[in-house]
Design a protein. Structure first.
Length: 131
């Protein structure tokens, strides 16, 4: 008889943004939807920090549901990547080019800082590239 771990799911609303996390077999996927700006960035940051403890060593941050991301939101993402690295938690982000997050990350050159991975790699189950 094998022990199966049920996925753990959590949803938190932050004004115009929603954070959903799901953990399965030590893998944490966090999805952000809506808008991240000055008014909710601190709360979202606190939620990201709280849920990262559900991961063994990797977090996949799905930004494809974001419709707006201002400079405070970008700073939040960069700070989150820095804090996770200090905790030895590998952060990868999904941000397709055609999405709001994908466009702003490409324009600012932050794809490498945030370890943006190709959507095809995630969908096909191919290993994520090394950060």
């Amino acid at each position: 008889m094998t022990d199966q771990v049920e996925p753990l799911a959590l949803t938190r609303d932050h004004g115009l943004a929603r954070l959903t996390s799901e953990t399965s077999a030590g893998q944490l996927r966090v999805s952000l939807q809506g808008e991240i700006d000055l008014f909710n960035a601190a709360d979202i940051g606190a939620s990201l920090w709280a849920v990262h403890h559900d991961a063994d060593s990797t977090v996949l941050l799905d930004l494809s549901g974001l419709t707006y991301l201002d400079s405070v939101g970008l700073a939040l993402l960069v700070d989150t990547a820095r804090r996770f690295a200090l905790e030895r938690v590998e952060l990868s982000c999904l941000a397709p080019d055609e999405t709001a997050a994908g466009r702003i990350l490409r324009l600012t050159g932050l794809q490498d800082v945030l370890h943006v991975v190709p959507v095809a790699s995630h969908v096909t189950g191919q290993p994520l590239p090394d950060p």
